[in-house]
Structure formats: C-alpha cells, structure tokens
Write a protein that binds this ligand. Structure first.
Ligand code: GUN
Ligand code: FE
Length: 503
C-alpha cells in the first residue's frame, strides 16, 4: 500500500493501503513523493471515538505513522532554563528565572558601549539556542509550534528564519511588554508605540520570508495583561484586524491566583481577566489563550462566544503549582483545546509528555477541594450540576489526549482542515513511530533449557517501550504514550518534506 503526497503543496492526494503496484509508484515518482508502507500490511487503524487515524506502517517492526504533534504554546528563549524552577510560582518565577534568561536575546545599550556590535544584531548564543530548539522539538515529533520569542526583533526574526530553513511549521511571536509598573527595567519595551512598531517590523519580516505563510506566520503576542499598557493592548487588537485574514494572537490567561489578583488591581475597570482582552478585541477565533486554569463560568462563556482557543499546559501547571485546568468542562462548553509544553514553565519539550500529563492531571482534578466546591456551588445555584459530577467524567483517555495533541491543536491554530490527521487533502505533517520488534525465541538454547516456559522474549526494543507478542494495536498505542519518547520518533515530515530522521 502507499500514500501519495503532492510535492507541489505537500497535501495527501490519496492512499491505497491495499494495492501494491510498484509500476504505479514509479510512474508517479516524478511528480509525487511516495511513502512506502510495508506491502504486506493493508489495515488502517481507527480510534473511532476521536477520529485520529493511525496507520499501521509495518506489522513486524511495529512502526506506524502518526500525525505530527502541534505544540500550541512554547517559549523558545526559555530552553536554557528547562528543569530550573525550584519551588517558585508564576510571578516570582518570571522575575527570578524567566526575565533574566529572555533578556539575553538582545544587547543592552550598556553592553554595546565600546564594542563593535550593532544594537540590531543578535548574540551568537541566542542563535545557537534557537537552532537547538527547532531541532529538538522536531526530534520529538512537533511539526507545528506556536512560539513566544522575546521582545528583541532581530532574534525573533532569526527564530522565524530557522524554522523556515529547518522546515518546521511555526507561528512566531515577538513578545510585547511595555508596562513599566510590571516589567523589569532591564527587559521591557521603551513605550507602547515602540512595542507596536517593533511587532510590526517582525510581521513585515515574516511576510517577506514566507509571503504566503506556507510554513511560518507571525502571531501577535501581548505576553499577558500585566506586562501591557492599555495603549499597547488597544494597538495590538487594531493591528490584528488590519490584516486579511486577521493576524493570529497568543497570550496567557488565568494561570495563577496571584496573577488574577494582580490583573484585577491593574485593570479595575474590567469585569474579569478575559474581559480585559475582550475590551481590546484580542479575543478572536485566532486567539490562543494559554493555561486558563481558573476561568470563571462567565469567562468561559465569553471565550466560547468569541471562539477563542485554549492551550492546555499540564506539565507547566503542575511544575509551577498553578492548578489543574478543567479540560472536560472546556470541551463540554464547546471550547477548542490543544496542548502546549510551555517550556520552561513546563520541563519538557515533548508533546508526548504533555499527552501523558493531560491524562494524569485529569485523573486528579476530581479529587481537588476547589473542584468539589465548584460543583457544590453549581448545584446550589441551578439545583443541579450541568453534568453529573464524577471522578470518571473528568478523566481524559489516551485517545482523547492524543486527539488534543493533533486535531485539537490544529483547531487551536485555526488549521483544522489542513493539519492533525491523514484525511485526503490534508497536509502531510507526520511522524514515523517505531516501537521495536518482538522475536519468538522458542528455538533458542535459553528457552529449551527452561523447557519452553520462557518462550517469548522481546528483542530489539526501541527506547523504553517493551512489546511482547500479545498486544493489540490499541495497546501498542497506549504503551507508546506511557513509555515512549524521542527514541521512538524515527522520522518526521512537514508538508511532505523530511525534516528529521533519527540517526
Ligand atoms: N505568564 C507570563 N509570562 C509567562 C511565561 O513566560 N510562562 C508562563 N507559563 N506564564 C507566563
Ligand atoms: Fe507560557
């Protein structure tokens, strides 16, 4: 069988898992890439419930294609801090760890004095880090990422160029932070106008780099309400609407209870945190809201009305002690949800890890006091809970979490028709997963010695995934999710182009 990807647009033109027609392949090779799937294997594998189509590539070797992962929230300049957060929580974490590392992606005026360095240049270390970020995320199967960069235009543009040349689909955001009452003096935009014009120059750069936005697109990035003045928020909302189609927007919302109190203090006129963004037209169908751990029912309704999207970042929310986002509630409300690593609030660049953590924290949510209380309040207000509260209802299955990592993420970046699956007409953004082989050693001296008791021994495991002979494909997928890592990512394609292969 085979699957056909057009070299013209990287889209899936069709697949024929049954037929084995080498002549046909060769005839088409001049204008098509073809991805050979072991001829003996003819069955596709469907997880019916969530419509992720998993294609069994090769039975004997336990390999399969899976849609590329979409990381809907990641901070590229925070990679040097992966694993460093101590026992901090959001606001002191920003001050102690995050602003210092991000500030190193540009030169300060005092660093330039007497040196032959232009203010518009980028430190070599920044380029090295960004290049490693793109290589690393690709190696974990992330074919599309929505990046926060820093306030620095040259380094942000360099990140866009690196994604473009390495072939990763990316949204690139120059971070806006002009509020002198919150931002540190060593790392802030000079003014609202400066913040807007700097953002515009990154947008122009990316539009020149990739005029049709085939691979890389700009995304407006007010860091979060506390770092931005009203003038900057207003300007960004207007800027988004200037473009056709309107620009994507990303920010943080309601991650931490101290942050929420701070927003209340800084924007006393607003009814809620979400209302701050809404007032400046920053809640749109192309807006990615990271975290949303503590949204009120009214805020969820507003998010739903605007069709803004949520990036769920469970590893980060656990690491920084932010809380547990009620993903089932978001889904019940009809809000679209994708997954984010949130490096380095999150400690891992892997969306597979985010899938695991999504499953895990969903199993804890029902046990928390705040969750129980919110359900009690619901019953008191309405006489009943919207949905029957139960520990089981909150749980997200492996399949659902994988859905959020692929098709969910595609909806979050407003590319649901293009990404996240293997439907005909979708773009071939894919990873080839290898789980390793199982060998029958009935004939081996060892098993004869043991009188055949130990007749099956796995051989050639890849990474940590241990397979025996008995697993169904569903079980293999579960083992991959719970025990897999980048060692199982054999190759990665974006738009039909091979962008990573495990060496
Ligand atoms: N809120 C504002 N900035 C950040 C950041 O860099 N990471 C996280 N997790 N939350 C934020
Ligand atoms: Fe973040």
């Amino acid at each position: 069988g085979a699957l056909w990807v057009s070299t013209a647009d990287g889209r899936i033109k069709g697949s024929d898992w049954q037929a084995h027609d080498d002549q046909g392949f060769r005839a088409l090779m001049s204008r098509m890439n073809w991805i050979d799937v072991d001829a003996s294997t003819t069955n596709g594998f469907h997880v019916e419930e969530i419509k992720v189509k998993i294609v069994r590539a090769s039975e004997g070797r336990n390999e399969f294609f899976f849609p590329g992962f979409i990381d809907t929230h990641i901070h590229a300049p925070q990679f040097p801090n992966v694993g460093l957060f101590g026992s901090s929580t959001l606001l002191d974490w920003l001050e102690k760890y995050t602003f210092p590392v991000e500030s190193k992606f540009g030169f300060q005026a005092d660093q330039l004095q007497g040196k032959n360095t232009l203010p518009e240049s980028t430190p070599a270390s920044a380029l090295r880090i960004y290049d490693q970020v793109v290589a690393r995320t690709l190696s974990h199967g992330t074919t599309c990422a929505s990046y926060f960069a820093t306030i620095h235009v040259p380094a942000t543009n360099a990140l866009a160029a690196l994604c473009h040349s390495r072939g990763q689909r990316a949204f690139i955001g120059r971070v806006c932070m002009d509020n002198p009452d919150f931002c540190p003096s060593y790392y802030k935009d000079i003014s609202a106008e400066d913040s807007l014009s700097a953002s515009r120059s990154t947008i122009d750069y990316i539009h020149r780099l990739d005029p049709k936005g085939v691979l890389v697109k700009p995304i407006l990035t007010p860091r979060f309400a506390p770092t931005c003045t009203r003038a900057a928020l207003e300007g960004l909302g207007k800027m988004a609407a200037e473009f056709n189609p309107p620009l994507h927007i990303q920010t943080h919302i309601s991650e931490n209870t101290n942050e929420i109190a701070l927003v209340k203090e800084l924007f006393p006129e607003a009814d809620s945190y979400a209302a701050v963004y809404d007032r400046y037209d920053l809640l749109t169908k192309r807006t990615i809201l990271a975290h949303a751990v503590h949204l009120t029912p009214e805020e969820r309704q507003l998010v739903r009305q605007r069709d803004a999207k949520i990036s769920h970042c469970p590893a980060s929310n656990s690491a920084l002690g932010s809380g547990i986002a009620p993903v089932r509630t978001f889904l019940d409300d009809g809000i679209k949800v994708g997954l984010g690593t949130d490096v380095s609030g999150g400690y891992s660049p892997s969306i597979l890890e985010a899938v695991r953590q999504t499953c895990l924290v969903s199993r804890l949510l029902g046990h928390t006091a705040s969750f129980k209380q919110s359900k009690t309040e619901q019953v008191q207000e309405n006489g009943h809970a919207d949905k029957k509260p139960s520990l089981d209802r909150e749980k997200l299955s492996v399949e659902e979490s994988l859905y959020l990592a692929t098709r969910g993420g595609a909806a979050v970046v407003d590319m649901a028709a293009d990404l996240g699956g293997f439907d005909e007409g979708m773009i071939w953004d894919a990873q080839l997963i290898e789980l390793g082989s199982v060998q029958d050693v009935t004939q081996s001296p060892l098993s004869q010695q043991n009188n055949g008791v130990c007749s099956l021994i796995k051989s050639g495991p890849v990474g940590n995934v241990d397979l025996f002979e008995t697993e169904t494909w569903e079980e293999k997928i579960h083992k991959w999710v719970w025990s897999g890592d980048d060692r199982n990512v054999k190759a990665v394609w974006v738009g039909g182009r091979l962008v990573h292969s495990r060496s």
